[in-house]
Design a binder for this molecule. Structure first.
Ligand SMILES: Nc1ncnc2c1ncn2[C@@H]1O[C@H](COP(=O)(O)OP(=O)(O)O)[C@@H](O)[C@H]1O
Ligand SMILES: [Mg+2]
Length: 266
């Protein structure tokens, strides 16, 4: 199955908003995606309306007790399918960080679930932890939300360098896409950030920009994705367009060829 890590080590750039609403857009397009909340803060779960997630029904159970991912999956009334997070996920680093096999656990779990062609979107926490390493080892592709401000722009270069190092260690390339979020067309800095990203990352930058939109900020309070909360909003328009752009680019297709080793020309 195509597994996508939604990652940026900077917080507040729109990882969770993107995981939620991109998964919702894919669900509406009948791609039946699975979301995985891999952030101990559990914002993805909260934004889906899951207020109190017990350890036994969360990703903590997968890492701590080996509970199969399938039995942790919740099908929500909104049409989304999610494996939620609980705060105890923050202990995984301390409890299992010494285990040399730990980084491959999620990849192994996803080998038997959820099946061919089902896109899996992993909402990562904002640091390079054991959890994030699990997401990146499991993922063939990385979606990097970057908010349209100067500090976010600086952070993405560091992130890109960190991914380069990881690629060398894993001996394969990640297909990457950068999506600009919180784009405020009234601000020159927003266009500046977008242009600079295009200069550096070229075609890896999505054409679709996610506008700063109050409905996107409000919908998690109601435990709803944007297509339930404000289907006519600019936020809904943008996440629908992002899903369509990425689908057209094959970003959610199954990876059929062996990942290309580093150093081998295409
Ligand atoms: N396009 C947007 N317009 C308005 N608010 C946004 C937008 N994207 C994200 N937000 C808000 O910004 C904050 C951080 O977003 P979030 O997705 O939680 O970032 P991250 O997961 O990277 O920490 C949240 O309060 C969210 O509602
Ligand atoms: Mg988040």
């Amino acid at each position: 199955m195509p597994t996508i890590a939604v990652f940026n080590q900077k917080g507040g750039v729109g990882k969770t908003t993107t995981s939620l609403n991109l998964a919702a857009a894919l669900a509406l397009l009948r791609r039946n995606p699975v979301g995985i909340d891999l952030d101990p803060q559990g914002h993805f779960s909260l934004a889906c309306g899951l207020q109190r997630v017990s350890d036994e029904r969360s990703m903590s159970a997968f890492f701590a007790r080996g509970t199969p991912l399938q039995s942790l999956l919740q099908s929500l009334p909104s049409g989304l399918r999610l494996i939620p997070a609980a705060l105890s996920l923050s202990k995984i680093d301390a409890l299992h960080g010494h285990d040399p096999q730990i980084a491959g656990r999620l990849k192994a779990g996803l080998c038997v679930f959820p099946g061919t062609g089902v896109p899996v979107l992993i909402d990562c926490c904002p640091m390079l932890s054991v959890l994030t390493l699990n997401a990146l080892v499991a993922a063939e592709r990385v979606l990097i939300p970057v908010s349209a401000d100067y500090l976010s722009l600086q952070g993405v270069h560091r992130l890109s360098a960190a991914l380069d190092v990881l690629e060398k260690k894993l001996g394969r390339r990640f297909e990457r896409r950068v999506v600009v979020t919180r784009f405020d067309a009234r601000r020159r800095i927003a266009f500046d950030v977008y242009d600079r990203l295009q200069q550096h990352f070229g075609a890896e930058v999505c054409n679709t920009r996610i506008a700063e939109n109050v409905s996107l900020a409000e919908s998690p309070l109601h435990g709803k994705h944007i297509f339930e909360f404000a289907p006519q909003s600019p936020g809904a328009r943008d996440y629908r367009a992002l899903a369509q752009e990425l689908l057209a680019a094959g970003f959610f297709d199954s990876v059929t060829t062996a990942p290309q080793p580093i150093g081998v020309a295409a």
